[in-house]
Design a binder for this molecule. Sequence first.
Ligand SMILES: [Fe+2]
Ligand SMILES: [Fe+2]
Length: 280
Amino acid sequence: MVRLAQGLRARFSLVHLTDPHIPGEDQARVRGVDTAARLAGVVESINRLWPAPAFVIITGDFSADGSPAAHRRAAALLRALRVPVRVTLGNHDDPETFRQVMGELGDLLGTETCQAFDVQGWRILLLNSKCPGLKEGFLGPVQRQQMREELAKNPRPPALLFMHHHVLPLGLPWVDRDNLRDWYEFLEILRDVGNVRGLFSGHAHQASRHEWSGIPFFVTPSAGYQFFKDPTQARVSPEPPAYRLIAIQGGMFVTEVRPVGSPEEEPTTDPPSPSPRPGG
Ligand SMILES: [Fe+2]
Ligand SMILES: [Fe+2]
């Protein structure tokens, strides 16, 4: 029998930021977009939020190319955030480089496989779906067991999950082939523990909301660039960068995507490819 914490007096907000894709070189553009300038704008927007969020969760793809310089530039931009930051990795991030470069920044530490912490009676889990050598997501048996144990700890509170890769298909074949490889085992855990209230992912560079067994699964747009919802190819849309605000009160939450400004530049269209790999 699932026992959920009753009478929660929680009241706080948090931000989900994902996929900034910062290049290693100054002035370089990614898919025609100045992602560094866009991330700076996103950080500024988050810093202006009132009331200030309790923390920001960043679900990876910090770098466009996995280079130390890219991670260093991403870290420098993110250090301007005036609230605590928790992070996990995306498929574009190199774990060893990340630890060496971003680990020195103190509050950006935290690439353990499964990070769990409690806030005002809610349990927050950051899962690392980055698997070396794979573009698709994979948690693996060790992390899945950690996830199960963290969620099942008593008292069993309402929980929110965050990770880079999406779990449910979005209807876009070129992005759905990168979703979580061990999705079936992941869903089994959600079914068994019964206290997960929402899942937040990135990677797809667009907003989406699906539902599984009454649990909402959200995808948050990129802080760098978005893709058109075109099932045939990956093309960068002129939509602006964005982040997601999640406001929690008592035992429920509401969430909305916050676009940041208008794009100052028209993104370029990627060269035609017989098998587009969008780099989400
Ligand atoms: Fe990704
Ligand atoms: Fe991405």
